[in-house]
Design a protein around this ligand. Structure first.
Ligand SMILES: [Zn+2]
Length: 460
């Protein structure tokens, strides 16, 4: 498999460190609100990566964190539950939004059943241990900081301007113009802040971890160091991933991960999503407009993960139509009237050459999908593939792309009877009755296409 490694800025042949097992760490959500569709794009990319690695024969050990303590979760939980104990308030808020996130992920076909999902608050000891092991740290009045001037390798993902390196930054998120020493640990300042006991070099520093140390500690706790692949959205490259690498390498001299993959931004109508532009969408907004969450998944897969994806309601509408086309094609396997046309279609060969090959080439989902649509277009009205070919191809689509099309049920017996009765009415030229029966079927969500081979139903 070829992957574009952000560390080397090259397309490389991927080789795991040990045999065919892959240690994969993906940065998870900060659970203080609904995640937006830009974040969801990244999770869909990571799910597709995990699926493809697995289909290509790798054993994937996937770890993802839940950030359930940081500036935002603390501020929001205090605002929402001001009279609760700070740790209880934090737990109430973050567990709620963790559930919301998991439900969104499930609706989008993101499969966490073989993944290890770990919460930051349950790994504070590992974070403290890592901080102890970092030689180039120093204490300031408000916490413990990483001194980037004493770490020569700083600047993997950012161009260093030395004039910026002699001040400190407390915020977890900052931009490229603010390269500075960053917080490893933040001392408790206000009563409403949850805190953990931490004694460092004889000083009592009760407080909480910085954001970046969370991922470094949890990733290496479960996957060792270095591990194989680390991923995230491109917005996490700097400062988050830069700082993760710096802390981990500084603590024990080894790289954090051999490969970094970054998914590009999702734009809305050509703009970055922001609350001020009122273009900040969640999966709920998509569902409220009547779209299938899977249409959003398909929209994401139609773009390469390293290209910006422009979301608009028109593009989602087009993706919904494309999804309907795939589902109607999948439903052909149930059609008794359609004639089997398998000429020149060898499912196993098609899967290998037209579907797996593009996915093994830096996860080229748009090419895999366009190959699928070419195959769909070869099947004329009134035709279908053999059961065998459908079984192989639909299963592969689901395993690789998670579109959930292989298990679609047949229509029920009553609906089949209505189709038969409509055919009889048409044979007797009783157009009124035929029309009546068509309406009855449509009320049950079943449409009819009359083809040379006979009526073919589809779900409305
Ligand atoms: Zn992270």
């Amino acid at each position: 498999m070829k992957l574009y490694n952000s560390l080397t800025k090259k397309l490389e042949e991927f080789k795991p460190q040990t045999g065919n097992s892959v240690g994969l760490y993906t940065c998870g959500p900060t659970v203080y609100d609904h995640v937006h569709i830009g974040n969801l794009r990244t999770y869909i990319f990571e799910d597709t990566l995990r699926r493809s690695l697995k289909q290509l024969g790798y054993k994937v050990k996937h770890v993802m964190n839940i950030t359930d303590v940081d500036d935002k979760t603390i501020a929001r939980s205090h605002q929402k539950y001001p009279s609760d104990d700070p740790k209880e308030a934090l737990k109430k808020l973050t567990r709620h939004y963790e559930d919301v996130f998991i439900k969104d992920a499930e609706a989008l076909g993101i499969d966490f059943s073989e993944s290890k999902i770990v919460r930051a608050t349950e790994h504070v000891n590992q974070m403290q241990e890592l901080i102890r092991n970092i030689p180039n740290k120093y204490m300031a009045a408000d916490g413990v900081y990483f001194d980037i001037t004493k770490y020569p390798d700083y600047g993997v993902f950012v161009n260093l301007d030395q004039s910026h390196t002699h001040h400190r930054i407390e915020n977890d998120e900052y931009d490229k113009d603010h390269v500075a020493d960053f917080a490893l640990w933040k001392k408790k300042k206000e009563d409403h802040e949850p805190s953990w006991v931490f004694e460092l070099d004889g000083q009592q520093l009760d407080g909480r971890p910085g954001w970046h140390i969370e991922c470094s500690a949890m990733a290496t706790h479960y996957l060792g160091q270095p591990f194989d692949i680390h991923t995230g959205g491109v917005d996490l490259k700097f400062p988050h991933h830069e700082n993760e690498i710096a802390q981990s390498k500084s603590a024990n001299g080894k790289d954090l991960s051999n490969v970094f993959l970054h998914a590009e931004h999702l734009l809305v109508d050509g703009h970055k999503m922001s609350k001020s532009l009122n273009n900040f969408y969640t999966l709920d907004d998509i569902a409220k407009k009547g779209y299938d969450p899977m249409a959003f998944r398909l929209l994401v897969l139609q773009s390469h993960y390293r290209s910006q994806l422009n979301f608009s309601w028109e593009s989602l509408e087009a993706a919904q139509n494309a999804l309907n086309t795939i589902m109607q094609w999948a439903d052909l396997k149930h059609q008794p009237n359609a004639t089997v046309m398998d000429e020149g279609i060898d499912a196993n060969r098609w899967i290998k050459e037209n579907f797996l090959a593009p996915l093994a080439d830096d996860l080229n989902t748009p090419t895999a999908l366009s190959e699928l649509f070419k195959l769909i277009a070869r099947v004329q009205p009134g035709e279908k593939l053999s059961d065998q070919n459908y079984a192989s191809i639909l299963t592969e689509i689901d395993k690789q792309l998670g579109l959930d099309v292989s298990d679609r049920p047949d229509i029920d017996e009553e609906q089949k009877q209505l189709i038969k009765q409509r055919e009889q009415a048409r044979d007797q030229k009783d157009w009124g009755k035929a029309d009546e029966l068509r309406k009855q079927l449509e009320e049950q969500g079943v449409g009819i296409n009359d083809t040379p081979a006979g009526p073919i139903w589809f779900r409305l």
